[in-house]
Each structure stands twice: as C-alpha cells, then as structure tokens.
Design a binder for this molecule. Structure first.
Ligand code: IMP
Ligand code: MG
Length: 210
C-alpha cells in the first residue's frame, strides 16, 4: 500500500469512528432526557435529586453518626426508608442492631392525619437503648412524633431521627431531628423508596411533581 492509500484508509477509519461516537452520544442523550421526566399513574414527575447526590449525602450522614461510640439500634421506617436505610447502613462503620417498623399515613399525595405503626419484633428490644429512627422524608412530622412516643413507652433511653429528606415548610410537630440529607420545599416527591400510591419506589433518583 502506498502512503496516500494508507492515509486514505486512516481518514476513512477516523470518520467511521467519529460517526459511531456521535450516534452513541445522541442515543445516550436521548435516553438521559427521556429519564428526566417520568409518568407514575396519572401524574408527571421531573428529575430532582440524582442517585449520586443521594449516595454522597447519605455517606456523610452515616459517617457523622459513626462518630457516636454508643451501641445503637436503627429503626428503618418501612417501606419508604428501605432504600435510604440500606445505603446508610452500608456506610455506617460500627456494629449495630436493626429493628424495622412499618408505618402508613399517606394516601395519594396527601397525609391522612393518622399513623398506623406495626412492629416486626418484640418492642422490649428497645429497653434502655439509644434508638435512631431512619426515615425517608419528614413532612408534617406526625409519623416520627408518634413513633418516638411509642419507642419511649417501650423503654428507649434516647430517640433521635435521621431523615433523607425534610420539608421544613410543612412541619407541624416537635420531633428529635438529628440530621437531614436534603431540605426541600413543599413539593410531592417520589423515587429512591418514596411512592405515589405504592408506585415509583424503584426509581434510582428522586423526582418532584411537575
Ligand atoms: P408525616 O407523618 O406527615 O411527616 O409524613 C411522613 C410520611 O409520609 C413519610 O414517611 C412518607 O411515607 C410520606 N410522605 C410524606 N411526604 C411525601 C412525599 O413527598 N412523597 C412520598 N411520600 C411522602
Ligand atoms: Mg414513610
């Protein structure tokens, strides 16, 4: 092959590579833009907090609590805090106990004003212990207030709350909030455990109502 032929082939290969890279880029961008909006049931939600931001902030919260050298019992509030708790505890660096509870207070995008609490273990486990409630989101604060009251009735020595999200504008109750991942406005959010009528929990990022 002569030098001009070789240069011609090299030029052709370079052009092909450029075309492929551009196509992949366009496809990725299209997919990304599509993922920025999701339809859950009858509502449209837009991207709000990315998975990476959630992970970075969750790690910081876990490191902060890891400085506490007491032995702790974590109480993830199911189902919403399932994803947040799982990440949080993977970053927590000391031995601990875990005791999930299930609560329910929301219907659609509104709070019902009453809280149902279901324990999955003998509540005697809390006797004399320092308890850390892990919650997905604090809205009016009613869920956490009721849960805190129950934990003290079950003999907990101290109860504190770590929440992934907090809506300060909606808070109506006095709660022992220790730390918060992100303070947000009053908007309804879904994803990373949070649901709209049990849908949307699976989303890796957090989305807000459009
Ligand atoms: P609170 O009792 O009013 O503080 O509400 C807390 C519970 O309501 C949370 O644990 C969530 O399960 C649910 N909740 C509150 N705000 C939202 C939201 O914006 N999206 C999804 N669930 C929410
Ligand atoms: Mg909840």
């Amino acid at each position: 092959m002569t030098l001009p032929d070789a240069l011609g082939v090299a030029f052709f290969v370079e052009r092909m590579a450029e075309t492929i890279i551009r196509r992949v880029h366009v496809q990725t961008k299209k997919k990304y833009l599509k993922d920025l909006t999701v339809k859950i049931g009858d509502l449209l939600f837009e991207m709000f907090i990315s998975h990476q931001e959630i992970q970075e902030r969750t790690r910081e919260l876990a490191m902060k609590i890891s400085n506490d050298d007491e032995s702790l019992i974590f109480v993830p509030v199911m189902t919403g805090a399932f994803y947040f708790s799982s990440s949080f505890l993977s970053y927590y660096s000391r031995p601990y106990q875990i005791c999930c509870v299930t609560t329910s207070s929301y219907k659609g995008t509104k709070s019902t004003g009453s809280v149902e609490i279901i324990h999955h273990k003998d509540p005697a486990i809390f006797e004399g212990k320092k308890v850390v409630i892990l919650e997905d989101i604090i809205d009016t604060g009613l869920t956490v207030k009721e849960l805190t009251r129950e934990l003290y009735l079950n003999g907990a020595r101290e109860v504190i709350v770590v929440a992934m999200l907090f809506k300060p504008g909606k808070l109506e109750h006095d709660i022992p909030l220790h730390s918060v991942g992100f303070e947000i406005g009053d908007e309804f959010v879904i994803g990373f455990g949070l649901d709209y009528n049990e849908s949307g929990r699976y989303l890796d990022d957090i989305y807000q109502l459009k």
